[in-house]
Structures are given as structure tokens and as C-alpha cells.
Design a protein around this ligand. Structure first.
Ligand SMILES: C[S@@+](CC[C@H](N)C(=O)[O-])C[C@H]1O[C@@H](n2cnc3c(N)ncnc32)[C@H](O)[C@@H]1O
Length: 305
């Protein structure tokens, strides 16, 4: 827990574990995240190594963690590829990552060399990420490492500006103003893996706030979940069996593609593509055992003209 009263996001760690597990193993010609593993702690990396080696551990707790990372790796491959493609095709001078978690793009994508990146996230999650990046997070230390500090990772983006915001209570526009974002210049917005954790009102408010800082030439890349009875049942079971994996982070809003398009259009953002992760996984030839969660996960790209 931090002084903000909320613990750092566990799901952000899970997604990072998924990327680390898939790196060099799935869709290797299109997917790569060599940075992810360096942000993980010793115990978190153990599960990643087990998934990479296809060696499920004994014990229900360890096995649940293993299955979560394995399933997550399947989802993040098409999701990352789709988003990276969309970002590479829409490089502007400003990239705002909403709910950045342990996103690695500012340290991974050379295409961002002329782009300033704002990483917006809940203060607790952001504090945890900064400690991981600086190599000072307690979770990073092995049993023999004591107070060892790892070297800070160099960014590939022109700059990275950490901007703490709780979407449920804070004013996103004011926070971005304070952090030097220019609302009169084109911005690429990325909103990955966050929408389900927000209520419909919070999603509306966030779109309104970003649209107020969006000029022609800007784009929004949004990953969201469409409703699915099977996914809902699966998540309920996961929480009952292994609540520690996603604890305290229930899904609050799911969006049919049509509703998402209508919402974005209300704010001048026209959807130009909206793909299911399952279709993307098939194109990539990446693993797709968890067809249900892949089918309901989507990546949409909307542009402002
Ligand atoms: C599943 S993680 C996704 C992280 C990252 N975008 C990725 O895909 O790797 C969800 C992220 O949403 C953030 N988040 C959830 N609710 C939030 C809120 N009310 N305000 C700010 N951030 C929030 C969490 O802190 C976390 O970083």
C-alpha cells in the first residue's frame, strides 16, 4: 500500500509477466518485449520462467499463478502487435499512455525517438513502476542481493513524464497541463487494458477529458473488452480460486464495438479499425487456447480529422 490508500496494480504486473513469457516464443517476427522481464521481481520471474519452459508447478496457488501468466501471454501477443502497429503508423510528437502500468514502449520503440511520452497512471501503480525502473523496488531483489541498485533503464522515447492520476477522482486535463502536455499539438493517445476497470461514467469522463486536448492529426488507440457470458464466468471462477492474482481489480465496464464507436464519435473521434484479439492471433499464428478471452478483447483505432 502507498499513502494514497491503494496498492499498486497487480494486473499491471500480470500483463508484464505475460509479455516477458511470450518474448522470443510467440509470433517472434512481429512480437518482442525484451524490456518486460527486467521490471519483474524475483518471484514474478520464476512464474515467467515456468511458463517459458512449459513446466507447471505443484501446488494450487503456484499453479493458478502459472495458468494466469500463460493465459495472459496469449492475450498480450496480438494486443501488443496491434497496438505497436497502430502507434508506428501514427507517430506524433506527443504520446499519452493512460493507465500505463508496466508498459515498456517508451523504453522499447525506437520510433518514439522524437516523441515525448506521458505515462499517466494511478499514483500507487506509478510509484511501484518508478521503483522497478530505478532498480530500487524491494520486489526486484534476490535473496543475496541486499541493497543492490540496478542501473536505470535508458528510454528510447525523447522524454518520459510520469503523471499520477486517479481517473476516478482526479482531473486528467489539469494533470496533463501541469506535466507540460500541449493540447494544441497532435497527440497519440494509448489506452490499453484499463477500460474494463473503470465504470461507464469514468470511461465517458476520460474520453471527454482527452477529446478536449485532441486536435486534428491526433489518434486514440484503445483496447477494451466486449461483453461475453463465458468470460464473465471464467473471471468469477479465477477470483474465487485465486483472487490474489487480480485482487481488488474487478471489471466494471464492457463495451460492444458499436457502443464504443458511438461514444468516441460523440467526441469527434472516428473509429477506423476495431479488431478482435482472436482474429489477430489467427493472423499472427500465435497460441489461442483461451479463445473466449481473445474473442472478447478488442483493439480499436480512432482518428481526429
Ligand atoms: C491491466 S493494467 C494495464 C497496464 C498497461 N496499460 C498494460 O496494458 O500493460 C491496468 C492499469 O490501469 C490502471 N488503473 C486502473 N484504475 C485506474 C484509475 N482509477 N486511475 C488510474 N489508473 C487506473 C492501473 O493502475 C493499471 O496500471
Amino acid at each position: 500500500m502507498t499513502e494514497s490508500g491503494r496498492a499498486a496494480s497487480r494486473t499491471a504486473v500480470l500483463v508484464c509477466q505475460g509479455r516477458a513469457a511470450a518474448h522470443g516464443r510467440a509470433a517472434t517476427d512481429q512480437f518482442a518485449d525484451p524490456v518486460a522481464v527486467g521490471l519483474l521481481g524475483v518471484a514474478e520471474r520464476t512464474t515467467v520462467d515456468q511458463v517459458r519452459a512449459n513446466t507447471p508447478p505443484e501446488g494450487w496457488r503456484e499453479r493458478t499463478a502459472y495458468e494466469s501468466v500463460r493465459a495472459c501471454a496469449e492475450v498480450v501477443v496480438p494486443r501488443t502487435v496491434a497496438i505497436d502497429r497502430a502507434l508506428r503508423a501514427r507517430v506524433t510528437g506527443q504520446l499519452v499512455i493512460l493507465g500505463a502500468g508496466l508498459d515498456t514502449r517508451a523504453w522499447r520503440l525506437p520510433e518514439l525517438a522524437q516523441t515525448d511520452v506521458w505515462e499517466v497512471d494511478h499514483p500507487a501503480s506509478q510509484q511501484d513502476k518508478r521503483a522497478r525502473l530505478a532498480g530500487t523496488a524491494p520486489v526486484l531483489r534476490g535473496p543475496d542481493e541486499g541493497d543492490v541498485h540496478h542501473a536505470e533503464l535508458p528510454a528510447t522515447a525523447r522524454s518520459v513524464r510520469f503523471t499520477p492520476v486517479d481517473f476516478a477522482v482526479d482531473d486528467l486535463g489539469a494533470a496533463l497541463d501541469a506535466a507540460g502536455h500541449d493540447p494544441s499539438a497532435p497527440t497519440t493517445w494509448l489506452w490499453e487494458g484499463v477500460v474494463p476497470y473503470l465504470t461507464r461514467d469514468e470511461v465517458h469522463a476520460t474520453v471527454a477529458a482527452l477529446a478536449a486536448r485532441t486536435v486534428p492529426g491526433s489518434a486514440l488507440v484503445v483496447n477494451y473488452q466486449a461483453p461475453s457470458a463465458r468470460v464473465a464466468a471464467g473471471r468469477l471462477l479465477t477470483r474465487v480460486l485465486g483472487g490474489f492474482v487480480t485482487s481488488g481489480e474487478p471489471w466494471r465496464s464492457l463495451w460492444k464495438p458499436q457502443r464504443m464507436a458511438v461514444l468516441l464519435a460523440e467526441y469527434g473521434l472516428r473509429v477506423v479499425s476495431d479488431d478482435s484479439l482472436l482474429a489477430l492471433a489467427h493472423t499472427l499464428g500465435s497460441p489461442a487456447r483461451g479463445r473466449t478471452s481473445l474473442r472478447s478483447g478488442r483493439v480499436a483505432v480512432a482518428e481526429s480529422h
